[in-house]
Design a protein around this ligand. Structure first.
Ligand code: RAR
Length: 164
């Protein structure tokens, strides 16, 4: 099963210079706990923005059109179809982890969404693609803990595909 996971601000912003526009450690903790022991799919730019190393205790798939691209301890793939084939052949969940181009391509194949909605506005250069929200049903919305290290109002939301 493919699941999209992202954090955005109130304007749909998701990135700045291949990094995250905000410092929100509780979102990274949520991302870590949600994806542990599963598979992450990310684009090459997002992978390099995260330091070009895979996160521990989860398989990372990096997508690139570059047939020469190499990185240690990750699977390199070159198309959506290759990831869909991997999903057919493997147990467990595949988390689509960004960035914009990857969400555009994979969202039609996702069955579930974990969205962190940050009720603030940031500066950046990458936005979540336009999406048809009427195809999705909000299952859960939980307010995140606000404190000095996480100084925003934010929500952890779960969506599933709407029936019919
Ligand atoms: N899809 C997402 C992401 C993706 C995302 C994007 C990033 O930059 C573009 C990131 O770099 C800042 C990260 C970083 C993740 C990260 N960890 N994640 C798992 C660390 C820290 C955990 C507290 C870690 C992990 C696992 C093991 C050990 C350490 O630094 C991620 C982000 N957020 C959401 N909601 N969707």
């Amino acid at each position: 099963m493919l699941i999209a996971i992202w954090a955005q601000d109130k304007n749909g912003l998701i990135g700045r210079n291949n990094r995250l526009p905000w410092h929100l450690p509780n979102d990274l903790r949520f991302f870590k706990e949600t994806t542990v022991n599963h598979t992450l799919v990310m684009g090459r730019k997002t992978f390099e923005g995260m330091g070009g190393r895979p996160l521990p205790n989860r398989q990372t798939i990096v997508l690139t059109r570059d047939k020469e691209y190499h990185a240690d301890n990750v699977l390199i793939m070159h198309s959506l179809d290759e990831v869909l084939a991997y999903d057919q052949e493997n147990e467990g969940e595949i988390f689509i982890a960004g960035g914009s181009a990857i969400y555009t391509e994979f969202l039609p194949h996702c069955e579930k969404i974990y969205r962190t909605f940050i009720e603030a506005s940031f500066e950046g250069d990458a936005y979540f693609p336009l999406m048809l929200w009427n195809k999705w049903q909000l299952i859960e919305r939980k307010q995140g803990q606000r404190d000095e290290k996480n100084p925003y109002r934010y929500y952890f939301e779960t969506y599933e595909r709407a029936g019919s």
